[in-house]
Design a protein around this ligand. Structure first.
Ligand code: CUA
Length: 324
């Protein structure tokens, strides 16, 4: 499709499938439109009134015709539905072993954080032929991350994590955009995805002003904000132990039981009184104005390692740079 300039490049596992569905929809619509216009023209000529006092012959209808024009469109619509739903479910379910990258949107930039520690702005480096999952949130208003060459697009919302995934199919540089009007510089809120060969990507990841990994940064935050003073490992503190909490069921004072996922951990850091664990009192202060979204993601990354039973030990006491 390279010679049709209206079409963006096709560079992900999904783009060909998405285009095929698009062309099917387009083809069916075009065929039906042309058919209708042709029939209008043919009938207008064939059955036009021949005399001013001519009266049309009565018709009694045709069961065969009625069934045909009900069943055929029904079958076509069901094909569209099943095909689209299959593609949608595929897009909505990131493979569990996908590589993770964390994206924070803010007026007016995209900030991507790799677990290994590299942070980039309005750029996203990924390896080719590898499943990549983006976990995204916004620090202010609603944005929307759109990568046309990958045929993927998802809203990025404040106070919520959304995700999308892709598998880039060929190395190169592809545009990324904000596709939701988000204020004065919305049109400038874009950048580039760079798809690299795996070896080049590893090289890129290890180069540059690479600081701590996300887990290390999270461990430093955990230490500096004295989280362990209350969240004592053996559960004897003022707050529940965080060992093994990630992914586990948590019983709340309301009697409800929820699963400790990313969204729950984030809420409990920024708005700790929203959900109180059964047996504890609402004592934790909010970190809403203290931590930015990148730091919350780092803390969650660290809490995940505590849940895996191997928390990172830190002795450093310096605050990690609030990366605003
Ligand atoms: Cu961000 Cu538009």
């Amino acid at each position: 499709m390279a010679d049709v300039p209206l079409f963006p490049e096709s560079a992900s596992h999904l783009s060909e499938q998405t285009d095929n569905l698009f062309w099917f929809l387009f083809g069916v619509s075009a065929f039906i439109s042309v058919l209708i216009f042709l029939l209008i023209a043919v009938f207008a000529i064939k059955y036009h009134r021949r005399a001013p006092n001519e009266i049309g012959a009565p018709i009694s209808g045709s069961l065969k015709l009625e069934i045909a024009w009900t069943v055929i469109p029904f079958v076509i619509a069901m094909i569209m539905f099943a095909w689209g739903a299959r593609l949608f479910f595929n897009m909505a379910h990131p493979p569990p072993q996908a590589m993770q990258i964390f994206v924070v949107a803010k007026q007016w930039m995209w900030k991507a954080q790799h677990p290994e520690g590299r942070i980039e702005i309005n750029e996203l480096h990924v390896p080719v032929n590898r499943d990549v999952m983006l976990t995204m949130t916004s620090q202010d208003v609603i944005h929307d991350l759109f990568i046309p060459a990958f045929r993927i697009k998802a809203d990025v919302l404040p106070n919520r994590y959304t995700s999308m995934w892709f598998r880039a199919s060929k190395p190169g540089r592809y545009h990324l955009f904000c596709a939701e009007y988000c204020g004065t510089n919305h049109a400038l809120m874009g950048g580039w995805v760079t798809v690299m060969e795996p070896a080049d990507f590893e090289d890129w990841l290890s180069r540059g002003e690479r600081g701590r990994s996300m887990v290390e940064s999270g461990a430093v935050l955990f230490q500096n904000y004295k989280c362990a003073n209350c969240h004592v490992e053996d559960g004897s503190g003022h707050a529940p132990s965080l060992m093994g909490v990630y992914g586990a069921p948590v019983r709340l004072t309301t009697g409800q039981t929820i699963t400790a996922d990313d969204a729950y951990l984030r809420e409990s850091i920024l708005n700790p009184r929203a959900k109180i664990v059964a047996g504890y009192r609402p004592e934790m202060p909010s970190f809403q104005r203290i931590l930015n979204e990148e730091q919350v993601l780092q803390l969650i990354a660290y809490i995940k390692t505590m849940s895996a039973g191997k928390p990172l030990q830190t002795t450093g006491s310096e605050l990690s740079n609030p990366a605003r």
